[in-house]
Write a protein that binds this ligand. Structure first.
Ligand code: LMR
Length: 333
């Protein structure tokens, strides 16, 4: 196999390293600080957050200002919840897997091969059933503002993975989700829960030998440069629940809250549609750097599906069979 690894310099040349959107907040303006673990530029979540900040800073100038900090510069996803409750940050968009301390239901998104593609996911996220999931974080003091989309996950490794059993004996970095752990266990692999900011170092040092993520996360964090291939499995969906502390929203005047929510909803609607395209661009960036991308035949893909079927037996009661049925029903013909 011909695997050429890119240099960090090449990555830096192709995508500027922007980690922040800073606003010059004036006295008297209400400040919204958003903390992200991902890149800001060239990433679906970062681009959506930047667009929202730009709108807030233009259209609500003098009353509200918004800053976005990316790449875990402020917090990791496990400590951002407390930072929000402490009033240090007013907005975050952790992936669904990061909410297991508050609800088991969002782990449904981690079920392998539940979503066919990002369009299917967006159709479900627009449904009444999905919108109700936003309420799951209310008892913990958060308002679920809405969903931001990333895309489908791929699996990268130091080994070339054509079938799930090729991963036997390897250790994969996972998000804090029992469902994801069960998925890798079905492959005969072990797992290690690590914050997103620790993944590159763990792959580079060999602490873990693989991970799963979207093209945009893999490319913007250089994971592909320390792996020997990426299997285009498209096996699960990565999306985010955007959360804000209820106490912060309650402290705003009604007009200001409504204006902010309207800008949030408009930006969400417009930018979620770009998430697929952004991931396809990052996929091409990876291919352009001559990293091995392993495309699966239909027969091979069926082996992956069959391998992961037992995960449903384990978790359909935990996440709720009704929710799984609702996702399947949301598939447009
Ligand atoms: C991860 O931890 O792999 C992702 O949740 C990062 C992200 O926010 O996309």
């Amino acid at each position: 196999m011909n695997v050429v690894k890119c240099t960090l310099a090449a990555v830096a040349l192709s995508l500027p390293l922007v980690t922040q959107v800073q606003a010059s907040c004036e006295a008297g303006e209400v400040k919204v600080v958003m903390s992200l673990v991902t890149a800001v530029k060239g990433h679906p979540k970062g681009e959506t957050a930047s667009a929202l900040a730009e709108r807030v800073n233009t259209q609500m100038n003098g009353r509200m200002c918004m800053e976005v900090y990316g790449s875990s510069e402020l917090y990791n996803d496990d400590d951002v919840f407390q930072a929000m409750l402490d009033g240090k940050v007013q907005m975050a968009a952790p992936s669904f897997s990061k909410f297991s301390a508050y609800t088991q239901k969002l782990q449904m998104f981690d079920l392998p091969f539940l979503f066919d593609d990002p369009v299917h996911a967006l159709d479900f996220l627009a449904s009444e059933g999905a919108q109700k999931l936003r309420e799951e974080v209310r008892p913990a003091g958060f308002v679920g503002m809405g969903f931001w989309s990333n895309g489908m996950k791929q699996i990268s490794s130091t080994r070339v993975l054509r079938k799930p059993s090729d991963a036997a004996g390897l250790t994969f970095r996972v998000q804090p989700s029992d469902v994801i752990e069960a998925q890798f266990n079905q492959m005969g692999a072990s797992t290690k829960r690590l914050a997103f900011s620790k993944v590159y170092g763990a792959l580079e040092s060999g602490e873990v030998q693989g991970q799963q993520n979207t093209w945009s996360n893999i490319y913007t964090k250089d994971f592909h440069t320390v792996q020997n291939g990426v299997t285009e499995s498209n096996h699960a969906y990565l999306g985010y629940l955007v959360v804000m502390p209820a106490s912060f929203l309650d402290s705003l005047s009604r007009d200001m809250r409504e204006e902010f929510v309207a800008l949030f909803e408009l930006t969400t609607h417009e930018y979620n549609r770009f998430s697929f395209e952004t991931n396809q661009l990052r996929r091409q960036d990876i291919i352009d750097e001559e990293v091995l991308v392993i495309r699966l035949t239909d027969e091979e893909k069926q082996v992956w599906r069959d391998t992961f079927t037992p995960v449903y037996d384990q978790f359909s009661n935990v996440v709720g069979q009704d929710l799984i049925d609702a996702v399947r029903a949301a598939k447009s013909e």
